[in-house]
Design a protein around this ligand. Structure first.
Ligand code: HEM
Length: 567
């Protein structure tokens, strides 16, 4: 290890621009450090006794199959189906990881959030990009931050955001109406001859959802128009800066991961680091101004201001207000840097997740015309300005959103590791490779745990024999009255899509109502159908799930559909 470290500065800046060399050095360092860790920790792991797939390679174990073969979540789902609900797989460099759909085990992990922490390297990498926000905080730091954040994401806040969700979606609807009227282009690739249908247009709905959800976040997080939907190139500098940070965070970069282990690697200049540094400088400059504007507005409010209607309701102001709550001790309050890190975190955690699942939702409508007709029939009878309660009272919209989040949730897995040695309880005992029956699994500090959100959401024990089928009806009153077969330890909808326990998604209410408001406007305004050329859309793993058109991978994620305006 030390030899590699000493050699690095000598290699100098020439390597900086050789991405292949970066990868080799980083992999070497990861290899050496892991060998060292293995050497230090050679006691035989209980995980080696669990059933599971054979290792595909000593270096990568089964990680290559998990990340690259098939759609996200499907490799683990196959192994869990073949070997039982609690298995072990080979992770990097001969280590073993645990994957389980056992609901008692998962309840134990979610309930003891501070005993099962996020993998350190990945967390450090994310923290270096997003700052010290709640996504990467652990233990008491997380508890302290969550206490201030919870009120800002309460039902009252989300209620007040509904007009912003609706208004921003109408801006997108006008833009798409313009595409239909003027024949302008709204997808990365031109329409094929067979996709040129009179009165309809090929529209990349993922791009639309990306722009829309970014503008929603600009308004709701900062009270700022990010201009992502504007066609005149007036995107706010801050939106660009957050986009760059997200791009860095969403790319698995071996050098960046190795840097979290060996700080000296940061001496190698890299394009990625320069981009993140520039983004940090922009975010800090705007952040300082936004903080001082929000503080000034709050001070004016507390002097009597202009009444409730003029109160600032963006998340930044709500957080600043919650942070000054008289019940908080000085050491429980967030610093300015921590407040700004939360803002970056909301943009990272709330953007690509919601945009992706909405694009899949529109594709589901295109594929299932009966579902689309039913949803349209429900929303067309409602007035133009539904409030929060009206949206939530629409049963089919609710069922549709539940089913989309069940099967198309953007997060297919989460990794955790025990902070210390622990006995993990199981509902269903496992027979080990040595024939012994285990009622619990002994995990050592640092053992990798793969939480298969994808598989749990498709579990037949929970949703019955047709668990893998897309069927919103399963959530509609009579069917739902029977209730699902088993209780999943998730915060919403008997799903793991928003995870559970103390580390559940703080933005889940926001996301669900945002999705409902967006679908409400779009389904009333447009009809969605597959393109006649039927391009094959694949799901790719980019930390979150993104749709990619086969043969058009070079254009990045996209979801082209045939869109028609409703009269
Ligand atoms: C459909 C949309 C969304 C999905 C499926 C989703 C899912 C998740 C999941 C699975 C986690 C747990 C991650 C982990 O612990 O490793 C999480 C955490 C988080 N999410 Fe979301 N999310 C969504 C939208 C949002 C939105 C809109 C926001 C904010 C505006 C948000 C903010 C957060 C934050 C701050 C955390 C960290 C919470 C903590 O650690 O205490 N999310 N989300």
């Amino acid at each position: 290890m030390s030899a590699a470290m000493l050699a690095l500065p000598g290699l100098g800046t020439h390597l900086a621009d050789l991405s292949g060399a970066h990868v080799v050095i980083a992999l070497l360092l990861v290899l050496l450090s892991s060998l060292y860790l293995l050497h230090r920790n050679q006691r035989r792991s209980a995980l080696s006794n669990l059933p599971g797939p054979p290792s595909a390679s000593w270096v990568l174990g089964n990680a290559g199959e998990m990340l690259l073969s098939g759609e996200p979540g499907t490799a683990a789902a196959r192994w869990l189906a073949e070997h039982g609900g609690t298995i072990s797989y080979a992770s990097l460099l001969g280590t073993r990881g645990l994957a389980t759909t056992d609901l008692v085990a998962l309840a134990h992990i979610t309930r003891n959030a501070y005993e099962f922490v996020k993998p350190r390297n990945a967390n450090a990498l994310l923290g270096s990009i997003l700052g010290d926000g709640i996504l990467t905080a652990e233990g008491s730091a997380h508890r302290r931050q969550r206490r201030v954040l919870n009120p800002a994401f309460g039902p009252g806040t989300v209620r007040a955001f509904v007009p912003a969700f609706l208004d921003t979606t109408r801006t997108l609807a006008r833009k798409w109406a313009g595409v239909l009227e003027n024949g302008t282009r709204a997808s990365y690739t031109l329409a094929k001859e067979e996709d040129k249908v009179p009165g309809a247009a090929k529209i990349d709905v993922l791009r639309g959802m990306n722009e829309l959800t970014l503008d929603v976040l600009g308004t709701t997080v900062f009270g700022v128009d990010f201009g992502a939907l504007a066609d005149n190139g007036t995107r706010h500098e801050l939106a660009q800066a957050y986009g760059d940070m997200a791009a860095a965070a969403y790319r698995l970069d071996p050098l960046a991961l190795a840097e979290t282990q060996w700080g000296v690697l940061k001496l190698i200049p890299s394009k990625r680091r320069r981009m993140v540094q520039r983004a940090h400088a922009t975010a800090a400059r705007h952040g300082a101004q936004l903080l001082s504007d929000a503080r000034a507005a709050l001070a004016a409010e507390s002097k009597g201001g202009d009444g409730d209607s003029a109160r600032r309701k963006d998340l930044l102001s709500l957080l600043l207000r919650a942070n000054t709550d008289a019940e908080l001790r000085a050491d429980q309050r967030l610093s300015d840097d921590e407040v700004l890190a939360q803002m970056t975190t909301f943009l990272f955690a709330g953007h690509e997740t919601t945009a992706g699942v909405l694009a899949f939702a529109l594709a589901r409508l295109a594929e299932h015309q009966g579902v689309q007709d039913k949803l349209f029939a429900e929303v067309e009878g409602v007035g133009d300005e539904p409030d929060h309660d009206t949206l939530n009272a629409l049963p089919y919209l609710d069922a549709f959103v539940r089913e989309v989040l069940r099967l198309d949730g953007p997060v297919t897995e989460i990794l955790r590791e025990p902070a210390r040695d622990v006995e993990l309880p199981l509902a269903s005992p496992v027979v080990g490779r040595d024939g012994r029956t285990m009622a619990s699994i002994h995990l050592r500090k640092g053992d990798e745990i793969y939480i298969p959100i994808y598989s749990v959401n498709r579990s037949e024990a929970v949703w019955g024999d047709d668990a893998k089928l897309f069927n919103p009806e399963r959530h509609v009153a009579a069917a739902a009255a029977k209730g699902p077969g088993a209780k999943v330890p998730g915060v919403w909808g008997n799903l793991l899509s928003f995870y559970g326990g103390a580390r559940n998604c703080v933005g889940y209410r926001f996301a669900v109502v945002e999705m409902k408001a967006i679908l409400f406007v779009l389904v009333r305004s447009f009809a969605f159908a597959p393109l006649p050329s039927r391009p094959r859309v694949r799901r790719d793993w980019m930390i979150v799930v993104r749709p990619v058109v086969e043969g058009e991978e070079g254009f990045g994620p996209q979801m082209p559909l045939l869109v028609t305006a409703r009269e």
